[in-house]
Design a protein around this ligand. Structure first.
Ligand SMILES: [Zn+2]
Length: 685
């Protein structure tokens, strides 16, 4: 009798514990206990591939700096990470953090071989203690980056040697005393290790890995309190109180550290299961926007956080790191605002700070960027070459670190869900091949010219019909989105998520129509930015590219040129808008060209002819608007002065002005003063 009773107790306890639990994905590992379950599961690298214009963009990247710099940049040519005797710190791992995913997403054999030439010496360097990398490096910071490289490499290649190196290194961290000083990069950025740590825990389930992460969290910089207090706000910026140094306080005002650290409380939330950490993340993002926010989804930092004026700069490293932080945070929290922000950065700030051919990049980009040249500007701490498009303007970190932007974005476009379905998170032309339901493999092809157009067509390929949920993110800026599938039409409000829980058969199609309405966003001094879908639009300024020699050797390699860009037309326009925003605005759509983010007149490297040529294609979208010149708005310290406070009283006649996507405009006004509408109502009519 006693036995029956205990069996009965076991039976009921199983039933009840089962009731309390959410479903868990059979095909991809979400966080096991004791971690908090994540909202979405990142698919292994290679599951999502680019297509359409996005594939062209990655091919440009492969043919540009990413596919070439380790052949001519001495810091990479002789890198100790690949067995040389040169640079032994962050530059090798930074480069690989983008090269490895790029090579595998493009299935480009020569890039995969190139990546292997780096990876093999790294795998071979793993020592008995668990430490790895160049013998002369004793600093943990570059290994935090190399960990992410090996994690991606393992996912794409299945090479278990990479997994073993990571397990041994985390053992090393577990068994060694904490070494995370607040005054050093490795301490300020220590929780970067947690990205790989939690991934490793999902692979192995080893509880000591969580002990390692807990020790890092407890013994490194306290970013959670930082986001709660947020000491470096607008007032600190105006009063020049932001510490422009490299000690433990200055490092917390450093733009790249901020862009990386915003994910740290979120990473720790998985283990802490405490809302405090989630709140720190979202309030941090809000405070960046409020105090340092820039058009294009980023925040300023021309090395140190530098306020909201549209002539302040944002370092490229911080754009790609912010994107990566948000991609991690999206999988943890599943908040659609984060996904919208990733698109904003990827489709505006990222392309706007490289040349269309991806042979040159800026250190600092500006929203109102009217002169690209070597000259003194009001940066917090950066040098005079920071806004030129070149090989390594100001400093070489961005040249090493920029490569992760596009490939990691693509990897995050689709994610898996706990109910064995898929979520379409970030829109753009792509193909996902993944397991759904009880292990059925499906391929979904997403055809679209998004973000330039709002029509998205999904086609499902499956060997047999299979029921699984498909979640669609409905962008927060859209009014109402129409979805057609299996003879059904539904209309969904923006900012939501729509679940299609259907039995899908081979060839099933889903079309999504996102209306690309034009809207405005209030910015510095009540200026306005113009948006259409996820894209910001900037004033087109006629320009002249001048190849220059600056204060470093650019090695004269193929397309490697440093460009200054000079304005050849006026830029000091205010926007003339009617109460009906669309009145006076004309949108023209053009085919997406060979260089998706370029404007007519840009210099682009032509691999076919082996020289620079002038691009003659218009951007995929061109908007005609009306503007009025503001004579009093001039240059100050080699940048456009802050826009005069809007509304501005007109002194001149209206003219036609042209707006192009921010990412296509290397000279631009993005934050426009607005002309006094009441006065001008007659004119626009
Ligand atoms: Zn940088």
């Amino acid at each position: 009798m006693k036995n029956y009773l205990s069996l009965l107790i076991i039976f009921f306890s199983l039933v009840f514990s089962g009731c309390g639990k959410k479903e868990m994905n059979f095909n991809y590992r979400n966080n096991p206990e004791p971690l908090v379950r994540n909202a979405y599961i990142k698919l292994p690298l290679g599951s999502v591939k680019p297509s359409g214009w996005l594939k062209s963009q990655l091919e440009l990247q492969a043919a540009g700096l990413t596919g070439n710099i380790d052949d001519f940049w001495p810091d990479l040519v002789n890198s100790s990470w690949r067995g040389g005797d040169g640079e032994a710190w962050e530059r090798g791992p930074y480069y690989l953090d983008g090269l490895v995913p790029l090579a595998y997403l493009l299935e480009n054999d020569s890039l995969i071989r190139k990546a292997q030439e780096w990876i093999q010496p790294i795998l071979a360097s793993s020592s008995d203690s668990g430490w790895y990398g160049p013998a002369k490096n004793k600093d943990r910071w570059p290994l935090a980056v190399a960990n992410k490289v090996l994690m991606q490499y393992y996912e794409a290649s299945g090479d278990s040697a990479a997994l073993n190196v990571l397990i041994k290194y985390f053992r090393y961290l577990h068994d060694s005393p904490p070494d995370w000083p607040d005054s050093e990069w490795r301490g300020v950025r220590a929780m970067e290790n947690a990205v790989t740590g939690y991934w490793l825990f999902r692979q192995t389930g080893e509880p000591w890995i969580l002990e390692t992460i807990e020790s890092i969290q407890r013994n490194s910089s306290d970013w959670t309190s930082y986001y709660e207090k947020f000491p470096w706000d607008s007032a600190a910026s105006t009063d020049k109180k932001i510490p422009l140094n490299w000690d433990s306080t200055g490092l917390t005002a450093h733009v790249v550290n901020n862009a990386m650290a915003v994910k740290y409380p979120g990473l720790w939330y998985q283990q802490a299961d405490d809302e405090r950490y989630k709140k720190a993340v979202f309030s941090g993002i809000e405070k960046y926007d409020l105090n340092h926010g820039q058009a294009g989804g980023r925040f300023s930092g021309d090395e140190h956080l530098s306020g909201k004026s549209p002539s302040q700069g944002t370092e490229l490293c911080s754009v790609v790191e912010y994107m990566y932080s948000l991609e991690e945070l999206y999988s943890i929290f599943g908040d659609n605002k984060l996904a919208g922000r990733i698109e904003s950065l990827a489709y505006n700030s990222l392309p706007g700070t490289t040349t269309p051919d991806m042979w040159a990049h800026q250190y600092d980009q500006q929203s109102n960027q009217v002169l690209v040249s070597g000259a003194k500007r009001d940066w917090s701490t950066n040098g005079e070459f920071s806004n030129i498009y070149g090989l390594m303007p100001n400093f070489g970190c961005c040249l090493a670190n920029m490569h992760q932007g596009w490939p990691k974005f693509i990897r995050s476009m689709w994610m898996a869900t706990d109910d064995n379905g898929l979520a379409l998170v970030l829109y753009g032309p792509s193909v996902v091949k993944a397991k759904v339901a009880k292990g059925n493999e499906v391929t979904i092809t997403e055809e679209t010219d998004y973000p330039f157009r709002g029509t998205i067509s999904l086609t499902i390929q499956t060997s047999k019909s299979v029921k699984f949920p498909l979640y669609l993110r409905i962008p927060e800026w859209s009014d109402s989105v129409t979805i057609n599938f299996k003879d059904n039409t539904v209309t969904v409000k923006g900012g939501s998520e729509h679940k299609l829980n259907e039995r899908w058969k081979n060839g099933d199609k889903i079309t999504i129509e996102i209306p690309m309405n034009i809207r405005t966003e209030e910015r510095y001094n009540s200026s306005l930015a113009v948006l259409r879908g996820p894209l910001y639009y900037s004033l087109r300024i006629d320009k002249e590219f001048r190849a220059v020699k600056i204060n470093y050797d650019n090695f004269g390699y193929k397309g490697s040129v440093d460009w200054e860009i000079y304005p050849k037309s006026d830029w000091n326009y205010g926007l003339l808008l009617g109460k009906d925003l669309m009145r006076g605005l004309k949108v023209k759509e053009n085919p997406v060209g060979k260089y998706p983010f370029s404007d007519n007149g840009d210099m682009v490297w032509s691999a076919d002819s082996g020289k620079y040529v002038i691009n003659t294609q218009d951007p995929p979208v061109v908007i005609t608007a009306r503007g009025i010149k503001i004579p009093g708005w001039t240059m100050k310290n080699n940048s456009a002065d802050v826009p005069p406070v809007s509304p501005v009283k007109p002194e001149d006649d209206p003219q036609r002005i042209t707006l192009v996507p921010y990412g296509c405009a290397r000279l631009r006004i993005t934050e426009f003063p607005v002309m006094d509408i009441v006065l001008m109502e007659d004119v626009i009519r």
